[in-house]
Design a protein around this ligand. Structure first.
Ligand SMILES: *Cc1c(COP(=O)(O)O)cnc(C)c1O
Length: 433
């Protein structure tokens, strides 16, 4: 097995070995460091295999973090209106502003920031087609030599994007990439990473967390901001699940913390908030006074760099989609979004209570749509995955897929129908251990 097999054997790519010293197009070899079994394709493969052997099994999927409820009536109406406008010469729109229409950025600024006491203005907001792309692409405006710290376990995009961008060394047998600083999160530290002892340059934080469902208090977040101010570190704060926070003391945005505008970029998405996973709309906040440094120590604002990147490589989110996103900020839209979130959080409550009764150690699910469990039965994440699939026809996500510290844990998503959550929990009750 040579190094070319590691990534590509599943996709049936063929590695042609060319003779040396012939001029040839070269690939980005960082991609060869990536691990083959990316989590969700591997889950998909195992589920398909099971379904082929058991075509009549009623499989309940609570694995991938995708929503199930449709867009709400107010959002759909705005979406339709947007489409209608595109059909008439007088209201048709071609390219819009790359950064997003002002009506949407102003609604975001007012509703998500100013009204929460966070002084973020429309011109600091970049509307995009997804936080996944934004978190992955953001590394482009940072130097190659930055040391990156990442929660373990966490949303796999940050690690893989860092690898693709050449910010890591090789993958090691223990499940870590050389060159990345992993911040282990476990029951012992409440799934809140400890602040690194050595200096790091960029830190990805995700709260409420995917997959652990953990949240960060204002004081804990302030400790991170203080660390970043002291060390000239940039925090890349992914708040995709902000709207699931119900505890009134928890921060919804990092900009509620004093000093955060000097150290933090925040990622937000309509995906999990308002069911836009298939519609695509998100945004990234880069405060105007956020700075990083050239190699000779000159401070440079990051906003113009991302502005340049965004306007060069992106041509804006479609107008009807932005209209639909803006509708989530109307009085009616807010009510509907709240109801959608309550529906999922009721699922999370059922998951928590049922799994607790079955003897799992249960975390998350109170201010986040994910319930994170430890079976307490000395069984690996993937073995538990197979057991639940084969014996209960229930699909969850193995914790180890989110990072080595997730081993032994398992994620249940509340983005299922109420009926399926109840059914899945009933089946799990009858598992033989
Ligand atoms: C789902 C999710 C996102 C949202 O990604 P989109 O590309 O906006 O759909 C971002 N971050 C995390 C941690 C997520 O789980």
């Amino acid at each position: 097995m040579n190094k070319y097999n590691s990534l590509f054997h599943e996709n049936r790519y063929v590695a042609y070995i060319c003779r040396k010293n012939i001029k040839m197009a070269q690939i980005n070899e960082n991609y060869l460091k990536l691990q083959a079994g990316y989590l969700f394709p591997e889950i998909g493969r195992r589920v398909r295999e099971f379904q082929k052997e058991n075509p009549h099994a009623d499989v309940i999927k609570m694995g991938i973090g995708d929503v199930t409820l449709p867009l709400t009536p107010t959002v759909i109406q705005a979406f339709h209106e947007g489409v209608e406008e595109m059909s008439k010469a007088g209201t048709f729109k071609g390219y819009g502003p790359e950064q997003g229409y002002a009506f949407l950025r102003e609604a975001i600024s007012m509703n998500e920031y100013i009204n929460r006491g966070a002084d973020i203005h429309a011109d600091e907001i970049f509307v995009s087609d997804g936080s996944k792309c934004d978190t992955g692409n953001m590394l482009e405006i940072f130097g190659q030599d930055n040391i990156i710290a990442i929660q373990d376990p966490v949303y796999p995009v940050y690690v893989d994007a860092s690898v693709m961008a050449g910010r890591t060394g090789k993958y090691t047998k223990s499940g870590y990439y050389d060159g990345l600083v992993y911040m282990p999160c476990s029951a012992e530290n409440g799934f809140i990473p400890e602040i690194p002892k050595k200096k790091v340059d960029i830190v990805f934080l995700c709260f409420p967390n995917n997959p652990t469902g953990s949240t960060v208090s204002k004081q804990e977040l302030k400790n991170w901001v203080d660390y970043a101010l002291k060390n000239k570190t940039i925090i890349l704060f992914d708040a995709a699940y902000e709207s699931y926070i119900s505890d009134p003391d928890l921060p919804h945005t990092i900009y509620e913390i004093e000093g955060a505008k000097e150290v933090a970029i925040e990622f937000r998405s309509f995906s999990k908030t308002a069911g836009f996973t298939g519609t695509r709309c998100a945004y990234t906040v880069i405060p105007k006074n956020l700075m990083a440094y050239t190699s000779d120590g000159a401070g440079m604002a990051l906003h113009p760099l991302w502005f340049r990147r965004h306007t060069t490589k992106f041509n804006g989110v479609s107008y009807p989609v932005q209209k639909a996103a803006a509708a989530t900020f109307t009085a009616e839209g807010k009510k509907e979004v709240k109801a959608t979130i309550s529906y999922y959080m009721n699922n999370a409550r059922i998951l928590r209570e049922s799994l607790d009764k079955m003897g799992f150690r249960v975390f998350g699910g109170q201010n986040a749509p994910y319930v994170w469990v430890n079976s307490g039965r000395n069984i690996s994440s993937w073995d538990l995955f197979d057991k639940l699939l084969h014996e209960a026809y229930v699909v969850g996500t193995p914790g180890s897929g989110f990072g080595p510290s997730g081993e032994g844990y398992f994620r249940f998503s509340s983005f299922a129908t109420h009926e399926n959550v109840v059914k899945a929990m009933d089946r799990l009750k009858n598992l033989k251990w």
